[in-house]
Design a protein around this ligand. Structure first.
Ligand SMILES: Cc1cc2nc3c(=O)[nH]c(=O)nc-3n(C[C@H](O)[C@H](O)[C@H](O)COP(=O)(O)OP(=O)(O)OC[C@H]3O[C@@H](n4cnc5c(N)ncnc54)[C@H](O)[C@@H]3O)c2cc1C
Length: 458
């Protein structure tokens, strides 16, 4: 019997060679076995609909795939699934200046949208280190955050309309770019952050922001972890911040070595914060700087003198993830309310030192959003499997601390495979049942991204 995929797609769209399967079967995680049966490069909404219909009819599974920069294994195809790549649905379809609304296909790369916004004299303010590869569809499916959340919010805040193909093969057009729409359940938000388990994002209407004023960047050296929050409070009390990031000296050392960069400050300091703000707020920022130095929270600092220097300072933070990728790090992406942060940091710091005395730990993250990235680096002496098993065995203790504070075990990277079995630390049994019910309604054949996000029932 012939394969239904061969009947539906030409060899230009349907690939089964080993290189394509290996490359498109994975995401940024390198710790899961990859074994898709095919990759389909969809080119239209109709392509997606007919693929979903065929999958339901012939009972094969589909894995939506964007830029494959995901950090939780959400786009990994490890069990003969068909990968559905949006690389060729990469067109900006429409722009309406009056609405400041851009309509684009799911495969538009995030940076392409940012550049397009810039050409219109506007901006798309969701930004992170992987925006040169990630796609809008993937950003929506993970509700991506990034470095400007403190001022501009998450991907969710910019999605004004969404077209999805559900697991039933139905095409839903949600919200149509409206600002106000009080007509009941907003289905758009159900699909945002659903990690390809309820439907395919095929098109989106994205709202653009006014162009930002020129920005200035400061990097400050902070000897004590908990004082970072005092620094945040002082600066937030004085001006509007566009970013407030932090990283540890260990994390800095990795970037300096990987990118051959210079230290921001003459002497190493245990922790650093990176702040960005409107250049017009420089006076207020200088006063805040004096206050945090006087209080003893900050020992030294550097202020960007040009755009090039600002970009160089940003590299220190944005280059970290890439610089530690070779260590197959075990990534924790935790969040608690800012008010809970000082106590949380202290507890987690002690737990990590006790539990991983022989592992190198890199801290960094979007601390202004209550979001910590805790990366545990694999020693060369351990295989990836052994290392992950050891980290997994400690995770429940760490996640219990998150749960005690009603925090999140995945602030912005999604659940995927990596956090699936721990979802109960952030979601109640009642919530999980409702989530399963929604999955059953929108994907009754269970063809979409099987085994991801929702814990398997024992
Ligand atoms: C260096 C680096 C830095 C990063 N920094 C950040 C950061 O600061 N903030 C942050 O939030 N994330 C960050 N990430 C994670 C990642 O870039 C985001 O999660 C991003 O949104 C993933 O987009 P993608 O297109 O690569 O999706 P993929 O990795 O391809 O897929 C992610 C998930 O979305 C699903 N999916 C993809 N496309 C679709 C679609 N069209 N329809 C339905 N489902 C789909 C996949 O099945 C998968 O579950 C970083 C990653 C790297 C490598």
């Amino acid at each position: 019997m012939s394969d239904p995929l061969d009947e539906l797609f030409s060899p230009r769209q349907l690939k089964r060679d080993a290189d394509t399967l290996a490359e498109w079967g994975r995401d940024w995680t390198r710790s899961y076995a990859v074994a898709p049966s095919a990759v389909v490069f969809v080119e239209s909404i109709d392509d997606v609909v007919k693929l979903v219909q065929a999958a339901n009819q012939h009972d094969f599974k589909l894995v939506p795939s964007g830029g494959r920069t995901g950090l939780s294994g959400g786009a990994v195809a490890g069990h003969g699934e068909v990968v559905v790549s949006f690389d060729r649905m990469n067109r900006i379809l429409d722009f309406d200046p009056a609405d400041r609304l851009v309509t684009c296909q799911a495969g538009v790369v995030t940076q392409t949208l940012q550049e397009f916004a810039g050409e219109q004299g506007l901006s798309y303010p969701v930004d992170f280190a992987s925006s040169g590869s990630s796609q809008i569809g993937g950003n929506i499916a993970t509700n991506a955050g990034g470095i400007k959340v403190i001022r501009y919010g998450l991907t969710r805040d910019w999605v004004a309309g969404l077209t999805v193909v559900t697991g039933n093969g139905e095409v839903l057009r949600c919200n149509h770019g409206l600002v106000k729409n009080a007509t009941g359940y907003d289905l758009r938000h159900l699909f945002i952050g659903s990690e390809g388990t309820l439907g395919f994002v095929v098109e989106a209407q994205i709202r653009l922001a006014p162009a930002p004023q020129p920005q200035q960047v400061m990097v400050l050296g902070v000897p004590e972890f908990r004082d970072i929050l005092e620094v945040l409070r002082t600066f937030q009390g004085a001006l509007t911040l566009s970013a407030f990031e932090f990283f540890s000296e260990q994390a800095l050392q990795k970037v300096l070595a990987h990118r051959n960069l210079r230290r921001p400050l003459p002497q190493p300091v245990p922790f650093y914060t990176l702040l960005e703000f409107d250049a017009s707020a420089l006076e207020a920022a200088s006063e805040a700087f004096e206050a945090v130095v006087e209080a003893g929270w900050v020992v030294d600092g550097v202020l960007s003198q040009s755009e090039a220097q600002a970009a160089a300072l940003w590299q220190l933070r944005e280059g970290i993830s890439e610089s530690i990728a070779g260590y197959t790090p075990y990534k924790n992406d935790l969040s608690v309310r800012i008010s809970q942060m000082p106590d949380f940091i202290e507890t987690v710091d002690a737990l990590v030192s006790d539990s991983y005395p022989d592992f190198e730990v890199c801290w960094y993250g979007h601390i202004g959003d209550g979001n910590l990235h805790l990366n545990i680096l694999r020693p060369e002496s351990l295989s990836v499997d052994e290392f992950y098993q050891r980290c997994h065995s400690i995770s429940p203790k760490l996640f219990a601390e998150v749960s005690n504070r009603q925090g999140s075990i995945s602030a912005e990277h999604g659940v995927g495979l990596l956090k699936r079995d721990f979802l109960g630390f952030s979601r109640s049994p009642e919530e999980l049942e409702i989530m399963r019910g929604l999955k059953a309604m929108l994907d009754p054949g269970q063809i979409l991204n099987p085994g991801k996000l929702l814990p398997l029932k024992s």
